[in-house]
Design a protein around this ligand. Structure first.
Ligand code: ZN
Length: 409
């Protein structure tokens, strides 16, 4: 049997890191590559060294600590991120990194050695709140993003540059990234499903694909009293119809298809004027890439037809297109079985949010473990997960890692 993790020790480390960049009233702000992020990194490196890990920093500032195994092969990697949004909680990202350290501490305390080495990683700028794109560090680590391009990235609405900020905070390293033997990430769900269904562990099967589209409809601004209905070119009504169409397509396809119109602006935006322009964004997501492609095509064709019928023109601009990522079926199975072996009610589920794990999925066996988020809240200072669920998630992580790395128990 795998040794039991220590929940008090894990909670102490979550609370201790939670004091770095703590906000009045709860929550944390450790935006990537700020002084608070540096303080979090310094804290993490000290903890890694305290556990006897060999610490490496690469050129995009990713931090990883290695625990040697009997063989000198690629390690089994656990990881996530310690950067946060401006009003972040204590667990988004930090849980995956600190549970990794807890696994190491557990094996150290029990004197358990492994065949394969183990690695615990914290990736730079997962959130993308200060520098876009998000998942920057893991993307560079796994070759999906170009290092020099990322180092030249300027802050959103600011003048700071990634490469200069890394040098300023002392985390412009040189270690060479590698493909691990397997990658596992424990994360809070950041959604309501596990809590609503009364489950403790989610074995994450995939990350859904995302299509963002901006639609601009142009009609004619005119007098609201003197222009007969039949003679209008009302961009606003076309925009409303497109938003209704997006909702109807998602309702017809059913879960996991979702559609959201998050921006809707009318111009000139006056009470007595027929709108001449409507600008809206549509966010569509699905775990099935073919269904997602078809849903987006259907909506855009319908948008064209709606505009044409109303005498309006339409401009369609794709803002983002990310294909779904499917995790390794064998590793997802191991997560589900490890949860069942600990009598933890579990289900397989897709992730609605992006995570560092998706950057590893094309290159090595990869999976994620979810635990419930109270009220489904995240990116919020009131983000919370129950201690028992945190302990359960860390234990499942420990059990699967011991299996993968050939722990000598
Ligand atoms: Zn996260």
């Amino acid at each position: 049997m795998t040794p039991d993790i220590s929940l008090p020790r894990l909670m102490e480390s979550l609370r201790s890191l939670g004091q770095v960049g703590a906000l009045d009233g709860g929550g944390v702000c450790r935006l990537a590559l700020t002084d608070a992020d540096k303080a979090g990194r310094d804290w993490l490196v000290a903890r890694m060294e305290g556990l006897g890990l060999t610490v490496h920093i690469d050129a995009i500032g990713n931090i990883w600590g290695i625990r040697a195994g009997h063989s000198d092969t690629a390690p089994v990697m656990m990881g996530s991120h310690i950067d946060t949004v401006a009003t972040g909680g204590l667990y988004d990202g930090a849980l995956g990194v600190l549970a990794g350290l807890e696994v190491i501490a557990t094996l150290n305390a029990a004197g358990v050695e492994t065949d394969l080495p183990l690695a615990v990683a914290a990736f730079t700028n997962e959130e993308g709140a200060r520098f876009a794109p998000d998942m920057m560090g893991s993307g560079v680590h796994q070759g999906a993003l170009d290092l020099s391009e990322m180092l030249a990235t300027r802050a959103t609405g600011g003048t700071a540059v990634v490469g200069e900020e890394l040098a300023r905070i002392g985390y412009a390293g040189t270690a060479v990234p590698f493909t691990p033997a397997a990658y596992l990430e424990l994360h809070i769900e950041q959604g309501p499903v596990l809590e609503v269904e009364g489950l403790r562990i989610g074995a994450v099967t995939s990350v859904q694909g995302i299509h963002w589209t901006e639609v601009t409809v142009t009609g004619q601004t005119n007098h609201a009293g003197t222009t007969p209905m039949a003679l209008r070119r009302d961009a606003g009504q076309v925009g409303f119809a497109i938003a209704r169409a997006a909702d109807a397509i998602a309702a017809r396809l059913g879960p996991p298809q979702v559609a959201t119109v998050g921006v809707f602006e009318l111009s000139p935006g006056l009470v007595n004027v027929v709108p001449g322009t409507a600008r809206l964004t549509v966010d569509m997501r699905n775990t099935d890439g073919d269904v997602l492609d078809a849903a987006t095509e259907e909506l855009l064709a319908e948008a064209q037809a709606l505009a044409q019928a109303a005498g309006c023109t339409i401009d369609i601009r794709p803002l983002a297109r990310f294909a779904p990522v499917v995790f390794d079926a064998g590793l997802v199975d191991k997560v589900a079985r490890a949860a069942e072996a600990r009598q933890l009610p579990t289900r397989r589920m897709p992730s609605g949010a992006g995570h560092d794990a998706q950057m590893f999925a094309p290159n090595c066996p990869t999976a994620m473990i979810f635990i419930p988020s109270a009220g489904g809240l995240s990116h919020n200072i009131n983000e919370h997960s129950d201690e028992d669920d945190i302990g359960a998630g860390a234990q499942v992580l420990c059990d699967v890692v011991c299996d993968l790395a050939g722990a000598q128990i």
